[in-house]
Write a protein that binds this ligand. Structure first.
Ligand code: TYD
Ligand code: MG
Length: 455
């Protein structure tokens, strides 16, 4: 018997299962360091008799999801139609991108609907929040504000205020007394989030957590934060530009990759209902190196401009820069062009940019990249009424992509008249999607070059 009266069950190596009577620093069996864990008395809650029976799925009760609709359309869209009771939403983004502004506007929209909301900040003073609220012309009685960073105090406060929504700005500044480590550390961030999660699940109160993002894109602190919460939204965009894109990275209650587009103005964020028109607003016409691509973000088609600049390199090694697109993909496509078209790009600097600060990760971008590169290299502009999209394989074949009818419709809506797409897609698109569009099917990169540039 040990000192606390419990029977000692010994230790077991978590790697190989070797059992020992006492703790060992290194497992004698597999040689792993610090892998021995003490065996516990079986927990009575884990006993096999104590369980609910499995039931046919059709007998499971349907959830009553009465979502909290914010009324800000672009925000409701990325949330999958509003905020689900008891859910935890993590909003990540670089410092200064507009997270606090977005959340304050969200709270204000709910308060305008006569719902009480609670905003807790560990980052700024009440005066600073007041200044921002004045700038945004927000002044509802129903917004409660607290500067606090202890999660236990926040839970108590939520009990008193009984808000419809709690927003915590930011999770990196929060801190729980149960862990003896400094705020901002990995353990503190995770434990504080766990407490707030328990609060949400226990009371049905939806919680929004704001989080900072590190340079490599992960929400600072543990990656595990993303696994814990129900929904992860990223607020992105170029700080020098006015567009801001709110993107669903994870959503247990809706589809992912959905985006909401906003414009940052003097008096806060405004919704952009017609992003295609906005992204194409400043497009240069009849200039080499620019082409329009109908992309799909979540469930929504968005037309974007792909720009490339290809110029002879003056340095020993040619430069490759891709903004808003994948570097590796650019490298792959230039290799395909060198091999299949016979152009020499190794001695050229290449700059690629998706205009407007948006990031495109779908393979449909390939055709846009290749056309923009060649257009710049040949100094031949692409006709202004033409759009292209499709994936390119290593053999130079043009491969089918998804949701072509949606892309067609959006291109026609914005007045484009010629659409170059993979030939296998062309066979399947419906004429009624875009009755006035001239659809051209392409099978290989060589054929693409023939069709567009007639070299
Ligand atoms: P903020 O919401 O504080 O960013 P975050 O919480 O992500 O760090 O917003 C920061 C920027 O937004 C700041 O540089 C000023 C700008 N801004 C506007 O342009 N208009 C506005 O109405 C507000 C409130 C901020
Ligand atoms: Mg902030």
């Amino acid at each position: 018997m040990s000192r606390n009266g419990k029977e000692r069950l010994g230790f077991v190596c978590l790697r190989c299962g070797y059992a020992a009577g006492k703790w060992l620093g290194r497992c004698p069996e597999c040689g792993e360091w610090d892998s021995m864990a003490e065996r516990k008395q079986p927990d009575r809650r884990c006993s096999p008799e104590d369980h609910e029976p499995a039931l046919p799925l059709i007998h499971a009760s349907r959830p009553t999801l009465s979502r909290l609709v914010t009324g800000i359309g672009e925000l409701d869209r990325v949330l999958g139609g509003g905020i689900v009771p008891g859910s935890v939403v993590l909003v990540g983004g670089d410092p200064g991108i507009g997270k606090s502004t977005l959340i304050l506007q969200l709270l204000s929209a709910l308060a305008a609907d006569n719902r009480r909301v609670l905003y807790v900040t560990g980052e700024e003073s009440a005066e600073q929040i007041r200044m921002r609220a004045d700038r945004l012309a927000i002044g509802q009685e129903q917004i409660f504000l607290a500067t606090e960073n202890r999660v236990e105090a926040i839970a108590a406060m939520a009990g008193e205020v009984k808000p419809a929504l709690l927003a915590v700005d930011s999770i990196q500044t929060m801190y729980t007394g149960e862990i003896a480590s400094a705020p901002g550390g990995v353990t503190q961030v995770r434990e504080s989030a766990a407490r707030l999660l328990a609060l949400a699940k226990g009371s049905g109160l939806p919680v929004i957590l704001i989080g900072h993002v590190t340079k490599d894109g992960a929400i600072a602190g543990p990656r595990v934060l993303e696994h814990m919460v129900d929904t992860v939204l990223y607020f992105e965009g170029d700080r020098g530009q006015v567009f801001r894109i709110l993107r669903t990275v994870k959503n247990r209650f809706g589809s992912t990759n959905e985006i909401g587009v906003f414009e940052m103005k003097e008096s806060g964020l405004t919704e952009v209902d017609n992003p295609s028109a906005l992204f194409l607003a400043e497009r240069p016409v009849n200039v080499p190196g620019s082409v329009v691509l109908p992309s799909i973000e979540g469930t929504r088609p968005i037309l974007v401009e792909v720009q490339a600049l290809v110029s002879p390199s003056s340095l020993g090694t040619a430069r490759r820069t891709a903004i808003g697109a994948d570097h590796q993909r650019l490298a792959l496509l230039t290799a395909v062009l060198e091999k299949k078209i016979g152009v020499s790009l190794y001695d050229h600097d290449i700059f690629l940019n998706i205009v407007g600060g948006i990031r495109i990760d779908e393979p449909a971008l390939d055709l846009g990249v290749v056309v923009a590169l060649l257009s710049s290299l040949y100094e031949k502009p692409v006709a202004a009424d033409t759009v292209v999209c499709g994936e390119i394989g290593l053999a130079g074949e043009v491969r089918a992509i998804g949701q072509m009818d949606l892309r067609l419709r959006e291109a026609e809506r914005l007045g484009f008249t010629t659409f170059l797409m993979p030939d296998s897609n062309r066979k399947r698109v419906e004429k009624k999607s875009a009755p006035h569009m001239r659809v051209i099917g392409i099978q290989t990169v060589q054929e693409l070059v023939e069709t567009i540039f007639h070299p």
